[in-house]
Design a protein around this ligand. Structure first.
Ligand SMILES: Nc1ncnc2c1ncn2[C@@H]1O[C@H](COP(=O)(O)OP(=O)(O)OP(=O)(O)O)[C@@H](O)[C@H]1O
Length: 206
């Protein structure tokens, strides 16, 4: 499945952030978003994931294809590691989560409540959820936050395996994962300052 972004314009909190952005992300490819703090990486990822509407432009190829990993780990803290993965698998109509446990070195933690994990362990569990979705397009916002060097390697290996299986990944990350991917600098797409725009969207519910 190819993700096609055409002439996208975005706002956050009623303030235009990015304008005139187009790119294509095909199977087996990774695209790394770069740009300074506040340029709009998170806003773009949220929009591609369907969490907020664009001001203008089109996104095709995203529907029911995306697994989104945002700043929050999105875990159920009262459930164990396996219960979290089983829950997530069921949401996406899947059953198998053992490969995800292995890939993120979570087997020894399998019966521990997520609320009792360290920050890096929580992040590994959060990233393991991507695998169990079996969705082809991973959309990830700073996925390596809290990960130590060994866990970054585990994550990079899981992305490589995902790409090799025909998946794709769109990521904002400040670190070099050693992936054979393309880089998109969002700086040139910064929107011109205007008066606040009414986008008809109240993000207080997300
Ligand atoms: N909840 C919010 N309400 C209003 N404006 C916001 C909100 N979150 C972010 N913004 C603004 O939207 C713009 C884009 O922010 P965004 O989080 O997309 O940037 P970013 O490139 O991901 O930044 P960073 O590298 O710091 O994570 C910034 O100017 C920011 O101040």
């Amino acid at each position: 499945m190819t993700l096609q972004i055409t002439d996208l314009s975005l706002a956050r909190g009623g303030v235009p952030v990015l304008a005139g952005l187009s790119f294509t992300l095909g199977p087996g490819r990774a695209l790394i978003l770069r740009g300074p703090n506040g340029v709009g990486k998170t806003t773009l990822l949220r929009t591609v994931a369907g969490l907020q509407p664009p001001l203008a432009g089109t996104i095709t190829g995203a529907e029911d294809q995306i697994a989104y990993g945002g700043h929050s780990d999105g875990l159920k803290l009262g459930l164990t590691v396996t219960e979290n993965l089983r829950f997530w698998a069921q949401i996406f109509g899947q059953r198998d989560f053992e490969p995800a446990l292995e890939a993120f070195n979570l087997a020894e933690l399998r019966d521990r409540p997520a609320g009792g994990l360290s920050a890096g362990q929580k992040r590994r569990l959060s990233l393991a959820r991507l695998m169990v979705t079996r969705r082809p397009i991973w959309v990830l916002d700073e996925p390596t936050v809290s990960l130590d060097a060994a866990s970054v390697q585990l994550f990079a290996a899981s992305v490589e395996a995902h790409l090799a299986a025909g998946g794709s990944a769109l990521m904002a990350t400040h670190i070099d994962l050693g992936l054979d991917g393309d880089v998109l600098d969002l700086g040139p797409f910064k929107a011109k300052a205007t008066a606040p725009v009414a986008d008809g969207f109240d993000e207080v519910f997300l």
